[in-house]
Design a binder for this molecule. Structure first.
Ligand code: DQA
Length: 143
């Protein structure tokens, strides 16, 4: 079983980016923790980060047929990328939407996710644990 972990724009800046909101872990450190969890759960992981909407869509499309599940933090695209939403719907791969911060208690524009309705679950506000929980959920549900 192979799971793809996608991170969208500005998530490559974790560690220095607004640490009071997103914490101090870098994306590499988060991915390392996910790899450890993946070993425990006996799943293979692939990581992808891009600041570009089209690259994220290409990656989702390329995953059709051989990726069993996706964990995606679409960053700001969460709130307005119908194109990423449509890509997830098109491939039909079970996807969990994750956020480090509590998007429901911040600015009003963050409360809207156009991605949520095509995902099997949305997890927010748990930092690293949003990702770990998402991975565990996918493996338990779809293995
Ligand atoms: C985020 C929340 C988004 O609103 C924001 O644009 C991000 C990160 C999170 O992980 O909390 O880039 O997805």
């Amino acid at each position: 079983m192979k799971i793809l972990v996608i991170n969208g724009p500005n998530l490559n800046m974790l560690g220095v980016r607004e640490p009071e909101i997103y914490g101090t872990l870098t994306l590499d450190e988060i991915n390392h923790q996910l790899l450890e969890k993946g070993k425990e759960l006996n799943v293979e992981l692939e990581f992808f980060q891009s600041n570009h909407e089209g690259s994220i869509i290409d990656k989702i499309q390329e995953s059709y047929g051989f990726i069993k599940g996706m964990v995606i933090n679409p960053g700001a695209y969460t709130h307005y990328s119908i194109a990423i939403r449509d890509a997830i719907a098109a491939v039909g791969i079970p996807t969990v939407e994750v956020h480090l911060s509590d998007i429901n208690s911040r600015e009003d524009f963050r409360k809207i996710s156009v991605i949520k309705s095509v995902c099997v679950k949305q997890i927010w506000g748990k930092g690293l644990h949003s990702y770990l929980e998402a991975l565990e959920f996918l493996v338990n549900k779809y293995k």
